[in-house]
Write a protein that binds this ligand. Sequence first.
Ligand SMILES: [Zn+2]
Length: 305
Amino acid sequence: MLNNPALIPSLFKEGDKRMAYVGRFAPSPTGPLHFGSLITAVASYCDARAHHGQWLVRIEDTDIPRIYPGSENHILACLDAFQFEMDADIIFQKNRLDIYDAIIDQLHQKHQVYACQCTRKMLGSNHIYTGTCLNLNLSFEQKAIRVKVPDQNICFKDRLQGIHSSNLQQDLGDFVLKRRDGIMNYQLAVVVDDYLQGITHVVRGADLLDNTERQIWLGSLLGYPTLQYMHLPLAMNAQGQKLSKQNLAQAIDLNRAPELLQQAIHALHQPHVDLDTPKHMLKQAIAQWDIQQIPHTIELQGTYL
Ligand SMILES: [Zn+2]
């Protein structure tokens, strides 16, 4: 499957050398973009451009029942209003389910995945899967598909958060790649698309920090190169919760793009940028971009709507 050139975007052709820096912004359309997502978009964009790299956008919409009506359009309208320039067409994961299925087949042939028939009720409140179905050799029909994980520490050095590690077997157990209802799990789609899009650097919110070891493990099983990670501190609301769709964070107001962009740049502790068109403001932010100024914390000080 990976040798099929039709599935490989133009940025990464078989035999080509990988570019030194390809970054991405990968929102999920489970609600409109909020200020926290804007911080991620701005940081991933400025970091890519400051490294003379490319910047891609991917819509992570494999969890089709959770897609919030209109949010995809809001994401596209935001990208437009903030005048971000992409280096390739946006890809939508819901159109790529065949690719992820082919990767699961590939892992199956290498005996790295197995079917699990445990129901949510059977698993109860235990968040660590103990391998109940590991040796049952169940057929894949209408079952969850789990990937085997090792009893060893997986460790990486985050550009902001420093050394982070997890023993996946002890912390999590064999985890789900595809749910029994057929929905493809976020973890696999992320890893596969980062590889196929030629991504080298991931800049995203610290709420995804704990997913990273899983993704590094999957990437290593598939023989993909290791990526550089930078997990940004999260914007919090007045109640001390991270801004999220679940906490009803306000949708980005497209009529206030320059002002919100200035606030996002400020939240990242970057030097002041004058109010102007978003394109000019981003240009100024890129010229002044300095990751040493970004707080090395999980949460940003101050409150945001
Ligand atoms: Zn099971």
